[in-house]
Design a protein. Structure first.
Length: 129
């Protein structure tokens, strides 16, 4: 950025690197769908949409003395979408639950579902979407 806020340089529109092969990406999407359909991410399911996700918890504090963080990363694709129009990452730092009951699927996935539903529902009301 220049002092006035204009762009100094861009990287261009050509991809510099590919994170993974298309086959690996397809496999990862399938595994993430399984987490929501049959696994720990069921609380993120959205009626009428394909949803993929990954749940987790993260240790926190010195010697894991703090309340664990619950997290969930996800994406959702409506029936008429060619690609998922929404991806969400949720981290819950201060879950209101007993330490052993804190989970990404229980604490973070419902938040992600609400965000994904809001995005998908707002797109259905827009003309041309």
């Amino acid at each position: 950025m220049r002092p006035g806020g204009s762009t100094l340089a861009t990287a261009g529109s050509r991809a510099i690197r590919q994170a993974m092969t298309p086959a690996t990406a397809a496999r990862l999407r399938g595994l993430m769908r399984g987490v929501v359909k049959d696994g720990t991410g069921r609380n993120a399911a959205v009626r009428g949409a394909k949803v993929g996700g990954k749940t987790g918890t993260a240790q926190h504090g010195i010697g894991n003395s703090g309340t664990p963080y619950a997290w969930f990363v996800s994406w959702a694709q409506g029936d008429r979408d060619l690609q998922p129009p929404v991806a969400v990452a949720v981290v819950v730092e201060d879950a209101d639950a007993d330490r052993g009951d804190i989970s990404g699927g229980g604490d973070a996935a419902p938040i992600a579902r609400a965000v994904m539903e809001a995005v998908l529902n707002s797109r259905e009301r827009l003309p041309g979407s």
